[in-house]
Design a protein around this ligand. Structure first.
Ligand code: LM2
Ligand code: CA
Length: 452
C-alpha cells in the first residue's frame, strides 16, 4: 500500500521533544488543538537503553512501547486524546540501528541485550559489519557505502537490505499504526538506502505520513532528493540560512527563500528553525535568541515554502543533559517555563500557526523590503506579515495588503479568541492599506481568520 505523502489542511508540526505521553495528551487538548497545530511529533516510544541523557531514546533495545516517557497504555491514551483534539501524531521512529553499548545491558523495560543481540528481535546476522576504520564506525561522509553500512557513533547498524529486518521494522511500525498513529519521522534516513525505506514502506498496513531525516551535506554522494519518492524530507539548509539572514545578512534576501536557494521542492520539504540536534550543534536560532527566534518562526509560519515544524524544547546547559526526570530517569510531567521552554506556546509562534492555517494555498504577493531588515508581504487575499528587524522603529508608513477592508487582530501582540482580540486592532481601508508604527525587532501580522 502506498503511504500518504501529504498532510491534511492543518499542516504545522510541533516537536514536543522528550515530553512524556501524559503531558503530550494534555497539551493536545489545552494548546495544540485550540491553536491549530496539525501534528505533534513525539520522541521515540520504544524500549531504550537506561541512563539520563535524552539520547538514550535513540538506542532501541526492543520494540515494546515502554519507555521513560510512558507505557503502551499511556501512549495509546495520548493518541486518542490528540485525535479527539484534532491533532495527528507523528512518531520519531528509530529504524537504522539498535544500541551502541559495547557490553550490552538491561533496557528500560527489563529486556537483556547485547550490542548485536536482542533476544526475540535480532541476532548477529541482522547487523552490518562494514569492515572499515578499525571499529566499523562511519568516518567518511564522502563514501556512500560507509555512510549506509558502517556504524553511526557505534550504533549497531541494521541490515535493512534483508527481508527479515524489513519485516521486523514494518511489524513495529504496523504496531504503532494499530495504535492509531498518523505518520513517522524516520530517524537517520541518510544511513539507509532510499530503496530499503521504500521496501519497508511497502510492508505497512495502511498509508502514513513519512518524513525522512536526510541531513544535506555539500558535496556528499547521498542527497536528500534521492528520498523524495518515499515521502517528505527534512530540509536542513533552511534553518541555517534563516539564522544567517537574521544574524549577519539581510531579511531582504528572503524574497525568494525556498527552491531558488537550491532546496528540495516545496511540496516535499519539512522545515524548521531548529530541531533537537541542531539546537545543540549551533549555527541556528534557538529559544535562547528570544524575540529574534519568535520573529524567525513568524516568518517560517507565514512563508509558503515546505511544511513548518515548530520546536519545543526542554532547557539545557549541556548537550547530553536529559529532560527533567525523577531519580530513575523517568521523565516528569511537563511544566511550561520551568525546565521546559514551550516555544510552541509563545504568543507569536502559537498565533502564527493560525495564520498558516488561514493562508493555505495563497501565493505571496505585495513583497516589500527596505533593502535591509524590514520586510513585508501578503498571502494573497488572506494575510499579511511585516517584520522590522532593524535596530530602530519604523514610523509613519502605510502598508499595501490587498486584503478586504476591515478590522483585523494583530496576532503578534494579541490573541484572537471567540471573535475578540486581546491586543491592537489593525484597520485595512477600502483600498487595502493600513498605517502602523513598528518597533525595532518587532512585527505585525493580520489574517482573515482573525478579522473582527
Ligand atoms: C539522529 N538522526 O539521524 C538523531 O536525530 C540524533 O539525535 C541521534 O544521535 C542519531 N541520529 C542516532 O539516532 C543521538 C545523539 C548522540 C548519541 C546517539 C545515540 O546526538 O550523541 O550517541 O543519539 O544515543 C551517544 C553518545 C556517543 C556514543 C553513542 C553510542 O553521544 O558518543 O557513541 O551514544 O553509545 C560511542
Ligand atoms: Ca545503515
Amino acid at each position: 500500500p502506498a503511504a500518504a505523502t501529504t498532510p491534511g489542511s492543518k499542516r504545522v508540526i510541533v516537536q514536543l521533544f522528550e515530553w512524556n505521553w501524559k503531558s503530550v495528551a494534555s497539551e493536545c487538548t489545552a494548546t495544540l488543538g485550540p491553536k491549530g497545530y496539525g501534528f505533534v511529533q513525539v520522541s521515540p516510544p520504544q524500549e531504550h537503553v537506561k541512563g539520563n541523557p535524552w539520547w538514550v531514546a535513540y538506542q532501541p533495545v526492543s520494540y515494546r512501547i515502554e519507555s521513560r516517557k510512558g507505557t503502551r497504555a499511556e501512549f495509546q491514551a495520548m493518541v486518542n486524546t490528540c485525535h479527539n483534539a484534532g491533532v495527528k501524531v507523528l512518531v520519531d521512529t528509530v529504524v537504522n540501528h539498535m544500541s551502541g553499548q559495547d557490553n550490552g545491558g538491561t533496557g528500560w523495560a527489563g529486556t537483556t541485550y547485547g550490542h548485536y543481540s536482542y533476544p526475540g528481535t535480532y541476532g548477529s546476522q541482522d547487523f552490518h559489519h562494514c569492515g572499515r576504520n578499525g571499529n566499523d564506525d562511519i568516518v567518511n561522509y564522502g563514501d556512500r557505502y560507509e555512510v549506509q553500512n558502517c556504524e553511526l557513533v557505534n550504533l549497531a547498524d541494521l541490515a535493512t537490505e534483508t527481508d527479515y529486518v524489513r519485516t521486523r521494522l514494518a511489524t513495529y511500525m504496523n504496531d504503532l499504526l494499530s495504535l492509531g498513529v498518523d505518520g513517522f519521522r524516520l530517524d537517520a534516513s541518510k544511513h539507509m538506502p532510499a530503496a530499503d525505506i521504500a521496501a519497508i514502506k511497502g510492508k505497512l498496513s495502511r498509508s502514513a505520513y513519512l518524513v525522512q531525516e536526510v541531513i544535506y551535506g555539500a558535496g556528499e554522494p547521498i542527497q536528500p532528493t534521492e528520498y523524495t519518492g518515499n515521502g517528505d524530507v527534512h530540509e536542513f539548509r533552511y534553518g541555517k540560512d534563516l539564522a544567517r539572514m537574521f544574524n549577519s545578512e539581510r531579511l531582504a534576501y528572503l524574497k525568494n527563500f525556498g527552491e531558488a536557494w537550491g532546496y528540495l521542492s516545496s511540496s516535499k520539504a519539512v522545515v524548521f528553525t531548529d530541531n533537537h540536534d541542531t539546537q545543540r550543534d549551533g549555527g541556528v536560532l534557538t529559544y535562547r535568541d528570544r524575540g529574534e527566534y519568535a520573529l524567525a518562526n513568524a516568518f517560517m509560519l507565514a512563508w509558503p515554502y515546505g511544511t513548518p515544524a515548530v520546536m519545543s524544547s526542554f532547557t539545557f546547559s549541556n548537550k547530553d543533559q536529559g529532560p527533567p526526570s525523577d531519580a530513575n530517569n523517568k521523565t516528569l510531567n511537563t511544566t511550561c517555563y520551568s525546565g521546559w521552554e514551550c516555544e510552541h506556546r509563545w504568543r507569536v509562534i502559537a498565533n502564527m500557526v493560525g495564520f498558516n492555517n488561514a493562508t493555505q494555498g495563497a501565493a505571496v504577493a505585495n513583497w516589500y523590503d527596505n533593502g535591509y531588515q524590514h520586510i513585508a508581504f501578503s498571502r494573497a487575499g488572506k494575510g499579511y506579515l511585516t517584520i522590522n528587524d532593524e535596530d530602530f522603529a519604523i514610523t509613519g508608513r502605510s502598508y499595501y495588503t490587498g486584503l478586504p477592508a476591515g478590522r483585523y487582530c494583530d496576532v503578534i501582540h494579541g490573541d484572537w479568541s471567540n471573535g475578540s482580540c486581546s491586543g491592537p486592532v489593525i484597520t485595512v481601508d477600502s483600498a487595502g492599506w493600513f498605517a502602523a508604527n513598528i518597533n525595532a525587532h518587532d512585527a505585525v501580522a493580520i489574517h482573515i481568520g482573525a478579522k473582527l
